[in-house]
Write a protein that binds this ligand. Structure first.
Ligand code: KIV
Ligand code: ZN
Length: 513
């Protein structure tokens, strides 16, 4: 059985999804979970993009132990230096250098001919070789590059010491037989190709990322690149969970396996969705809420007789469990702790007490507290935010024939009380206007989304917002059984994160790469 190496780029290509803006603590939290999932390599970011990115990659590099941590770099020395700095403290550092190779990119983006592309990549690799023993080189837009030039570039990368060469379908243009054929061609025509690993990296513009990646595996790819839930630029990247489950479910067909702990898939998917604010569609393969739901009578009948009639893999295999113990307001601390353990959380006494108090609060408002509610409560506290502003109270008046008003009471830096009132087009607008007035922060609301954490009229609502101020964006989350309160909490959370970024950036103005 061939082992396929998993290169996760949730924190880099995934973070390039519109509206996604992870802070350092969130990146580290996801990195820890990716480590539990068992990815072999993780791309933590693009250090040259900003001091914040560099710091986040460094935090991930220091936090994880058993995974190769990778920093992305263009084919230039300043970028390579930024990766060097970002990977200080990594147990197993690797640099990922890329340069576009297709005629379209050469002509319009790079304004270079083939010779210049080759030389630019060659000198970047030579420079990187002085500092890194592990180098991955990517031929950006390889999918639309001439075969002979692909062969030339891969051959050059091998000579210059790359250990992995990636052949991306950057714009998601190819179909499986075309993408697979490139790997076959490279395997058969590039001298010394057996000395390196070949990697597949697909985008999902035509919905073929998973199929293309599997075709690459069938044609000799040793590593695949992707993201959790398939998030990423435009239509996203290959979803890692889809590849892992395709290889596991059709093992005798692919004769290939990964080192992933499949039972960590559901938890990883939930965490990534929560922290990025990117909701997983119900019909998403493997991790969508309906992926294991059987609605039609005929299917239900089949399932009751024999599960394999309509189930090709089990929900348990990706870590979904059927809830046996439902908690309510009479549940005690012992049952609560047992439930947390069952859900995979070993919290210390202090954390249990804090979570238990929140659970009791919620149980007063809801008859039954579901596993999803509990997970939302616990995961809300996974990544702490520095609270400059703390929302204390909020009052809203609304009638469909009157102008909505909101009054908020916010405490600034634990001592200054700010009370303001405002009107708005709707209740949420009124709340946000009142918060703006109280905090005196001038921000733009770029994104607002709301979802229900569990089922029923009394379900917890989770709001996700993205705010921008002077070109800097931050996202925020709020959780409550009342969606107006959740909206207010999300907004204040995002404001706190913006302020944190502002402070971090001004302290880092003088960072020299
Ligand atoms: O899609 C792509 O080509 C990339 C490269 C940087 C590998 O993300
Ligand atoms: Zn990509």
């Amino acid at each position: 059985m061939r082992k396929i190496y998993i290169f996760d780029t949730t924190l880099r290509d995934g973070e390039q999804s519109p509206g996604v803006n992870l802070n350092t603590r969130e990146k580290v939290e996801i990195a820890h979970q990716l480590e539990k999932l068992g990815v072999d390599r993780m791309e933590a970011g693009f250090p040259a993009a900003s001091p914040g990115d560099l710091a986040a990659v460094n935090a991930v590099a220091r936090a994880v132990k058993d995974v190769t941590v990778i920093g992305l770099s263009r084919s230039r020395e300043q970028d390579i230096d930024a990766v060097r700095q970002a990977l200080i403290g990594a147990q197993d550092p690797c640099i990922h250098i890329f340069l576009a190779t297709s005629p379209i990119h050469r002509k319009h983006k790079l304004r270079m001919d083939k010779e210049q592309v080759l030389e630019t990549a060659q000198s970047a690799l030579r420079y990187a070789r002085k500092y890194f023993s592990k180098i991955e080189f990517s031929l950006e837009d390889a999918g639309r590059t001439e075969y002979d030039f692909i062969a030339q570039m891969v051959g050059m990368a091998i000579k210059e010491g790359a250990s992995v060469v990636n052949i991306p379908d950057t714009v998601g243009y190819l179909n499986p037989s075309e993408y697979g054929a490139i790997f076959k061609f490279v395997k058969e025509n590039v001298p010394d190709v057996e000395k390196i690993q070949l990697s597949a990296h697909c985008h999902n513009d035509l919905g073929m990322a998973t199929a293309n990646t599997l075709a690459a595996i069938q044609n000799g790819a040793d590593q695949i690149e992707g993201t959790i839930n398939g998030i990423g630029e435009r239509a996203g990247n290959t979803a890692i969970e889809e590849i892992a489950m395709a290889l596991a479910t059709r093992q005798s067909f692919f004769n290939a396996t990964t080192s992933l702990q499949l039972s960590e898939i559901a938890r990883t998917s939930r965490l990534v969705s929560k922290l990025t604010g990117m909701v997983v569609p119900g019909n998403k393969a493997i991790v969508g809420a309906n992926a294991f739901a059987h609605e039609s009578g005929i299917h239900q009948d089949g399932m009751l007789k024999e599960k394999t009639t309509y189930e090709i893999m089990t929900p348990e295999s990706i870590g979904l469990k059927e809830s046996k113990l439902v908690l309510g307001k009479h549940s005690g601390r012992h049952a609560f702790r047992e439930k947390l353990i069952d859900l995979g959380y070993e919290l210390d006494d202090l954390q249990v007490n804090e979570a238990f108090a929140k659970f009791k609060d919620l149980a007063d408002k809801k008859k039954e507290v579901s596993d999803d509610d509990l997970l939302a409560l616990i995961e809300e506290k996974l990544v702490d935010t520095v609270e400059v502003f703390k929302l204390e109270t909020i009052y809203v008046t609304y009638g469909n024939t009157s102008v909505p008003t909101a009054k908020v009471r916010i405490v600034k830096e634990a001592n200054e009380v700010l009370v303001e009132e405002a009107e708005g087009n709707g209740s949420v607008d009124a709340i946000y206007n009142a918060i703006d007035k109280a905090t005196l922060e001038e921000v733009t609301l770029d994104d607002y989304s709301i979802k229900s954490v569990s089922h029923g009229k009394d379900a917890l609502g989770e709001v996700h917002v993205v705010l921008t101020q002077n070109g800097v964006s931050a996202q925020g989350r709020g959780l409550s059984t009342d969606i107006l309160e959740a909206s207010a909490r999300a907004y204040v959370d995002a404001l706190n994160r913006l302020i944190e970024k502002r402070v971090t950036f001004s302290n880092r103005e003088n960072v020299k790469l």
